[in-house]
Design a protein around this ligand. Structure first.
Ligand SMILES: [Zn+2]
Length: 295
């Protein structure tokens, strides 16, 4: 009887619209990525984590694959082997939504106050693992409760490789993906970056607001429906992020970001600065966007 009651409870939870997002599982997925070590391009840690993420996407999505490419940084004098990781639901559907974030770790903690840490790679808990963990849990939820249109998960490599003055060395995965466009163009896209911190506050990112306001409105309306208090309807900063290469091609991709993170690009960007609650708010919001979508 007890077991039956537990199962009935589970069925009830599954039947809810967007409330099933398991924030504790998302937190576990964040910690699991950080445990590989920094996922800096060309490192064995990145290779191991890449396999893990590809496997996770393969498990929940209809199909998952990796887009390899290379990039030579004249500034840092090395050739990088990079990998965007893709998972697709309903790969043949014409109407599609892209959910994306970067999975790589920055090679240096150049904002750390301690000079001894500034050449060390970033743990990248909030600035990397957090958004990917949220997206993986969303993928699992879509497996449990599917939608009728296409959803593409794209994890970009090499977002955070550049030194601060060297703009060419940033956004490597999204620039490659947008220029090759290996999947049909989405109706719109949602990029997550730096959205797992404890003190989360997501304002309007201004490039998104100026270029894809209807998507911003759609997402903030969903946040209100699920009572995600970390979404605040006020103008934030304009951020150069992985949505820009898509906006430049006329594809409306918005950036959900809290750019005001105390441990940004420091050695303290660790799981203990992240919060399952924040991840839950973001996850539930995006699931609500998807389940309310009517193409
Ligand atoms: Zn970063």
């Amino acid at each position: 009887m007890k077991k039956l009651a537990a199962l009935a409870g589970l069925a009830l939870i599954m039947a809810g619209n967007a409330l099933a997002f398991d924030q504790d599982r998302a937190m576990m997925l964040l910690t699991a990525q950080v445990a590989f070590g920094p996922r800096v391009p060309n490192s064995p840690e990145a290779a191991a984590c890449r396999d893990f993420l590809h496997r996770e996407l393969s498990f929940w999505c209809d199909t998952a694959w990796v887009q390899p490419f290379s990039y030579t940084s004249t500034d840092q004098g090395q050739t990088l082997k990079l990998y965007n990781i893709v998972g697709q639901f309903n790969p043949k559907a014409a109407d599609r939504v892209m959910l994306c974030g970067h999975w790589d770790s920055r090679p240096f903690c150049d904002r750390d106050p301690d000079p001894n840490n500034q050449m060390k790679p970033l743990p990248a808990a909030n600035d990397g693992a957090g958004q990917i963990a949220i997206l993986l849990e969303i993928a699992r939820q879509l497996h449990v409760k599917p939608v009728s249109f296409g959803v593409d998960f794209v994890f970009f490599d090499g977002e955070d490789f550049g030194r601060e003055s060297v703009i060419d060395d940033y956004l490597l995965g999204s620039k490659h993906f947008a220029s090759t466009q290996p999947i049909p163009k989405p109706r719109y896209g949602i990029l997550l970056d730096l959205v797992a911190e404890k003190d989360l506050k997501i304002q309007y990112e201004l490039n998104s607001y100026m270029n894809a306001r209807h998507v911003v409105e759609k997402v903030f309306a969903a946040a209100e429906r699920v009572k995600a208090m970390s979404f605040v309807r006020e103008p934030g900063q304009a951020v150069m992020d992985d949505h820009i290469p898509f906006l430049e091609k006329g594809i409306p991709v918005i950036d959900l970001i809290d750019f005001d993170y105390k441990y940004w690009h420091t050695i303290e960007d660790t799981p203990d600065e992240c919060s399952p609650y924040s991840m839950g708010e973001v996850g539930r919001t995006i699931l609500d966007v998807l389940h309310s979508e009517k193409f």
